[in-house]
Design a protein around this ligand. Structure first.
Ligand code: NAI
Length: 333
């Protein structure tokens, strides 16, 4: 019997990549997959669509809270296959209680996200986004484009897992001094020439701070009014992890009083109401988001850190493999 699989939050590129992965797969089991792609997100109100499906494939902004999971269980869904690394959007205990397996793609090219992090740092610093527009309009003035030399600067990395480590490797190549913090110290990070310090030291000594830890109850709003106070005036703050790590009202205040000199975000706490959709004809209702993008020293990208051909291809193959072979199950500690 064919395994029925429902994909949520899909765009054209997801469908192309997954269809290609299915075609190229050597496994006979992919031939027994009956796939339906939905464009909309998976949440409590759309979960009843899962009636008759064995597996749902979900993405970063699908809302798999206890209510959604209860409906999935009543639809007899057996497996939630996340096609992303983070799983903060899934109530894992509710899924365990409902006997629904949750799997994810723990590592698909950490360099992909690391390189986007560096792109944000370099763009904010050297103003290449502004230079691009100026030159196209015949304006060759350099006023306002001055950057700083990265070589010898101190960068603080919060979270030295797969992505944090890839960022450190690149920054060391630039000749930066790297301070980092993580509840679990990793010898290979020290071998890269980075030093572990406490978070207070990282905040106070870093010219650039980049977040690479997961969103948990502990890390929620770790960047807030109090932590900003401990940072250098004019600090560059980069978040390519999860929006909830930062309190966006504190960011706005920090930008207004010039505590934050540069802000690069690839993620936003309420991004599920904004990202991955063309909203250019809409009146955006999120006032904090709209305020953030008015600052000349803020650069926001719409959760595209993962978005390279190589990473998407890897995500597709690992997700299919997770469905077939039951790998990468998320378990509660
Ligand atoms: P990982 O699991 O390899 O590493 C996370 C590290 O953070 C671990 O070493 C952990 O000990 C550490 N950590 C946990 N809590 C911490 C805290 N409070 N302070 C400091 N360190 C802490 O995860 P990976 O693959 O490096 O991913 C990092 C984050 O990047 C993920 O949580 C995910 O949300 C985000 N991500 C964003 C993408 C994008 O497209 N922008 C794509 C993929 C992941």
């Amino acid at each position: 019997m064919k395994k029925k699989i429902a994909f949520f939050s899909t765009q054209d590129y997801d469908r192309h990549v997954f269809d290609a992965a299915l075609k190229s797969s050597v496994s006979n089991q992919t031939k027994d997959m009956d796939i339906t792609y939905f464009e909309h997100t998976l949440c409590a109100s759309t979960a009843p669509l899962c009636q008759g499906f064995d597996v749902v494939v979900a993405f970063v902004n699908d809302d798999l809270n206890a209510k959604t999971i209860e409906i999935l269980a009543s639809c007899k869904v057996k497996h939630i296959a996340l096609r992303c690394a983070g799983f903060n959007n899934v109530d894992i205990s509710a899924a365990e209680a409902a006997n629904i397996r949750v799997s994810r793609v723990p590592a698909y090219s950490p360099e992909t996200v690391a390189e986007h992090t560096i792109a944000l740092i370099l763009t904010l610093n050297r103003n290449t986004h502004k230079a691009y527009n100026r030159v196209r309009e015949g304006n060759f003035q350099l006023n306002g484009l001055m950057g700083f030399t990265l070589h010898n600067k101190t960068v603080g990395i919060v979270g030295t897992g797969k992505i944090g480590k890839a960022v450190i490797r690149i920054l060391r190549g630039f000749g930066c001094k790297v301070l980092c913090c993580d509840p679990f110290e990793d010898e290979t990070v020290k071998d890269l020439g980075a030093s572990y310090v406490d978070i207070e030291t990282l905040f106070s000594e870093s010219t650039i701070i980049s977040l690479h830890c997961p969103l948990t109850e502990d890390s929620n709003h770790m960047i807030n009014e109090a932590s900003l106070q401990k940072m250098q005036d004019g600090v560059m703050l980069i978040n390519t992890s999860r929006g909830g790590l930062v309190d966006d009202t504190a960011l706005i205040n920090g930008l207004k009083r010039r505590k934050i000199g540069y802000l690069g975000l690839d993620v936003y706490e309420r991004e599920s109401e904004l990202f991955f959709t063309d909203r250019s004809h809409e009146i955006i209702q999120d006032d904090n988001f709209q305020r953030l993008i008015t600052f000349p020293n803020v650069l926001v990208t719409g959760h595209q850190g993962f978005f390279t051909a190589e990473a998407l291809n890897e995500i597709a193959h690992v997700t299919l493999d997770n469905i077939i072979n039951g790998n990468n199950t998320v378990v509660l500690d």
